[in-house]
Design a protein around this ligand. Structure first.
Ligand code: CDP
Ligand code: MG
Length: 739
């Protein structure tokens, strides 16, 4: 193996033509072309920039001579596996050897911590084992008792459920189903239910003892998402008065001691991993443009390295799309001179038919490169990955309770994450992980572990949920790691301002209704009060459009002018919410036409999603008896309804032409994508604050300052909103957009 490592590193260095330093000297690797087709070497030299990697050995100053490349015949392996019946594949998973022991342990203990390498079969197999062992035998009502399994990510819940349904030979939604926000794919027959952790939290509202479940598996516990952390506390609590409920906590990392301790020293079941060694390579110097560096590294691997698929970690959809385009353009440039490179993206908002593609075996002779978000770190397993490229970043939310600023920032990953990522390369054969950062950075700049989400996020929705579950004393809630007191206080204060809590901190009638909606309390409040402004139909459409999570407009480079014009044509005075409403209404008028979307540079998938979400919210509105009334789009009433939910998010124009938030003053800016960009209205209410290059307000409407006192008199006093209208505001004409 050492030889293999050395071969690789010298090879890469040599063909990049940047040989020198430790690797080249004295390593008997030979000239360019040894082991690499000279034509490819020529291709490589066409990459204007190339990246040098160093192995651990080089870094340690050890040098080992070059050796013959070993074919990793993963393509053949994939074929072989494909031919094996799924039932046979199940038996090959590491967890299979422990099937009986796991079942026995679950029978014996109420709470069990399960630790196993990603891909060992925890998520897909263990719920099936419990099902096969008879845990789901129907209760008195004739319905099966369920085994639930939570996932932090929607994509994982869906794809795993699909896989398990295939393995069991049943239709998805029958015996095996999934439930994610705004999409329920289960039935009365569902015995194995995969769901997001957020959905299980919602289920508590309707079934506080989870009576319909025989067992619950809190999966991916190591991710420590906000919802999973809350579920720890809730499940620990109900386990006390439901001795028949089995609780499994499963994690991909070895530090299970913390989980065990939290669950009163529950036993830990270890599934020994089957893992091939992975070489870690670091860049010689920091990479300024990691996206470009990724693209080049993929090509370097594709040209110089033996078979095996590549997995690259990006921070989000935009990056993935950019990399996909760059890779496709580059490989097209190489023509047929190199083997086929299949570029496959995976991220949360990718339509599920496209997601399924990453699990299809790579055709012989070709190589697959999967461009993934964090989701591929532990949540989903893609077979045959041999090379991992890790730029070392992920998008992470952070929250400042003092200013209320939430931001999603590209942040260096923690060492634990980097190691998980590297592990993805060693499932089927010895692999390699190319880290696009230096060893020094790894050792000195990366934190050991990611901070649990509960300590870096807004807790408004969760606090409201806990209050609805009758948990009043949040300070003494059994948190595995408690959130900062300031964050809890801020959440309580905000819910009080919204009228969801009374001055004793108890849930009000309005609060109870607000909690019915699976969305931010401010948005729910907007919906609830919209009836009194006579515009609940409009508020419903706006709420649905705000929840899509992916972009609505698209802008092909070659038709940018047309696309921009189309977008601007949808703008409505007043702001973005009204623009969204306008898009929705026009689309609905065409009977949801795909052609219309195409002509207007609109992502039809996004609008279809809005349609689904709208239907779901409409159902919830009916349930809490909110009347659906339309005001035919009269703007002021709609903006007032928005203000009633979002008065907390008010900002005022400054002389500097920046904005300043009112209660917890902070300088903010109108996002360049806003229809109000460049218009500088005096008062605005924004949907969210995001930090990218600076503090931007996204989705904004213009309001009148006197509305604040009218709508939220408990929160704003006249002098808060004194408008200095007498004074002249600076002229905005001539200001350049984007300044
Ligand atoms: O949960 P854990 O990481 O331990 O493993 P798993 O998700 O249960 O995956 C076990 C195996 O099922 C993987 O090796 C994949 O080959 C396969 N799988 C799949 O083919 N398609 C999926 N959507 C999920 C899993
Ligand atoms: Mg799993």
């Amino acid at each position: 193996l050492n030889e293999f490592q050395a071969w690789d590193a010298t090879q890469i260095k040599r063909v990049t033509g940047k040989a020198g330093g430790a690797a080249a000297d004295g390593s008997g690797g030979g000239q360019i072309g040894e082991g690499v087709d000279p034509r490819y070497a020529e291709l490589l030299s066409t990459l204007e920039d190339q990246i040098e990697f160093l192995t651990e050995e080089m870094l340690a100053g050890q040098l080992i001579g070059g050796a013959e490349a070993r074919e990793i015949n993963t393509a053949a392996k994939a074929k072989e596996r494909e031919q094996m019946a799924l039932a046979e594949v199940r038996k090959t998973l590491p967890v299979y050897a422990y099937r009986e022991e796991i079942i026995a342990a679950v029978r014996e203990h109420q709470v069990l911590i399960i630790v196993g390498e990603t891909g060992s079969g925890k998520t897909t197999q263990i719920p099936q084992y419990l099902y096969e062992a008879g845990l789901c035998a129907p209760g008195e009502d004739g319905k099966p008792r369920k085994v639930g399994c939570t996932q932090p990510r929607r994509v994982a819940a869906m794809s795993v459920a699909k896989r398990v349904a295939d393995e069991m030979g049943v239709k998805l939604g029958n015996e095996v189903g999934y439930s994610i926000r705004f999409e329920d794919c289960t039935s009365d027959r569902t015995a194995l239910k995969y769901m997001t952790d957020g959905m299980l939290l919602r289920e508590f509202l309707g079934e506080p003892d989870l009576a319909s479940y025989a067992a619950m598996m809190l999966d991916e516990a190591h991710e420590r998402t906000l919802h999973t952390d809350i579920l720890f506390g809730l499940l620990k609590d109900i386990a006390r008065f439901r001795p028949d409920l089995k609780l499994l906590v499963s994690s991909a990392t070895l530090d299970a001691a913390k989980f065990s301790e939290y669950f009163d020293d529950a036993p830990v079941f270890n599934i020994p991993g089957r893992r091939y060694p992975v070489d870690i390579l670091y860049t010689k110097a920091p990479e300024a443009d990691y996206l470009e560096a990724c693209v080049i590294t993929v090509l370097q691997i594709h040209i110089t390295q033996p078979h095996g698929d590549i997995l690259v970690f990006f921070t989000g959809q935009e990056e993935i799309e950019a990399a996909q385009e760059a890779l496709q353009t580059r490989t097209r440039g190489f023509g047929t001179k190199i083997p086929e490179l299949l570029v496959l993206p995976i991220y949360a908002n990718l339509p599920s038919d496209m997601q399924a593609k990453i699990f299809e075996p790579t055709p012989p002779g070709a190589r697959k490169v999967v461009l993934a978000t964090n989701i591929a770190e532990t949540s989903i397993t893609i077979d045959n990955i041999v090379y991992v490229i890790d730029p070392g970043f992920a998008k992470q939310n952070s929250y400042n309770p003092r200013t209320g600023m939430e931001s999603l920032i590209v942040t260096p990953v923690a060492k634990a994450s980097a190691n998980q990522r590297a592990g993805r390369a060693g499932r089927v054969a010895p692999g390699k992980c190319f880290r696009l950062y230096t060893k020094w950075a790894y050792l000195n700049e990366l934190e050991d572990n990611t901070i649990p989400e509960i300590q870096r996020t807004n807790l408004g929705a969760v606090v409201l949920m806990l209050k609805s579950l009758g948990i009043n004393d949040l300070i003494h809630f059994d948190f595995m790691d408690p959130p900062p007191a300031e964050t809890l206080i801020r959440a309580l204060e905000q819910l009080y301002a919204l009228g969801a809590l009374n001055d004793k901190g108890e849930l009000t009638k309005l609060g109870r209704r607000t909690a019915e909606f699976p969305m931010d309390p401010m948005l729910s409040k907007m919906l609830i009060v919209s009836t009194s402004y006579g515009c609940s139909v409009e508020a419903l459409s706006i709420a649905a459009m705000l929840q899509i999570g992916s972009s609505i407009f698209y802008c092909p480079k070659e038709r940018k002018l047309h696309a921009d014009n189309a977008r601007v044509n949808f703008h409505r005075p007043g702001g973005d919410h009204l623009t969204l409403l306008n898009v929705w209404n026009q689309w609905a008028e065409t009977q949801y036409s795909t052609q219309w979307c195409f002509e207007n540079f609109i992502q039809v998938r996004s609008l279809r999603k809005a349609r689904d979400i709208r239907e779901q919210i409409e159902g919830l509105m009916e349930r809490v008896e909110l009347e659906l009334i339309s005001n035919a789009g009269e703007a002021d009433a709609i903006c007032k309804a928005i203000t009633a939910g979002f008065f907390y998010h008010t900002a005022k124009l400054q002389k500097t032409l920046d904005y300043r938030t009112i209660k917890h003053p902070q300088t903010v800016h109108i996002h360049p994508s806003s229809s109000l960009h460049g218009q500088q209205p005096r008062w605005v209410v924004y949907h969210e604050l995001v930090f990218t290059t600076k503090e931007f307000m996204r989705q904004i409407v213009e309001i009148k300052s006197e509305w604040l006192v009218e709508i939220a008199p408990h929160y704003y006093k006249t002098n808060d909103v004194a408008d200095d209208s007498g004074k002249k505001m600076p002229k905005v004409m001539g200001r350049v957009a984007g300044s």
